[in-house]
Design a protein around this ligand. Structure first.
Ligand code: 5GP
Ligand code: ZN
Length: 115
């Protein structure tokens, strides 16, 4: 667990969140400030600060993130229209919580380029 890490505290159940899915590797919960009708955070239970801190042993974990993203989009009924999975890395990438996570956004048309 990262010291004073918000997402580690959510994973540990110390801070409440609306959990949508959980397995031994990941937890998925509603973003507190949703930017689309569906906005979930897919969060590995392993504390990894940023995308730059991934190592080879995490490859299966990141593949699993995308498997779960697609499965949730199907289960929630917004897969057919399309959706977006986003990882923000460090300050210029818009990262505000330094525990790696993937935004799953759906339920509306997305803009490109992103802001
Ligand atoms: P980032 O900006 O690091 O890519 O994404 C962090 C996300 O975490 C933001 O979209 C923000 O709304 C969300 N967030 C921040 N604090 C909390 C919280 O306490 N609970 C939940 N569920 N989401 C949070
Ligand atoms: Zn953490």
């Amino acid at each position: 667990m990262g010291a004073d890490c918000l997402f580690c505290k959510i994973i540990a159940g110390e801070i409440p969140a609306t959990i949508k899915y959980e397995d031994s590797h990941l937890v998925v919960f509603d973003d507190i400030d949703p930017q689309a009708p569906y906005h979930f955070l897919i969060v590995p239970k392993k504390h990894i600060d940023t995308t730059l801190d991934l190592v080879a042993e995490d490859n299966e974990l990141i593949g699993h993130v995308y498997q779960v993203a697609g499965k949730l989009a199907l289960d929630m009924g917004f897969a057919e229209e399309g959706f977006r999975v986003i990882n923000n890395c460090k300050e210029a990438g818009g990262q505000t919580v330094w525990h790696i996570h993937f935004h799953l956004l759906g339920g509306r048309d997305m803009n490109w380029p992103p802001g």
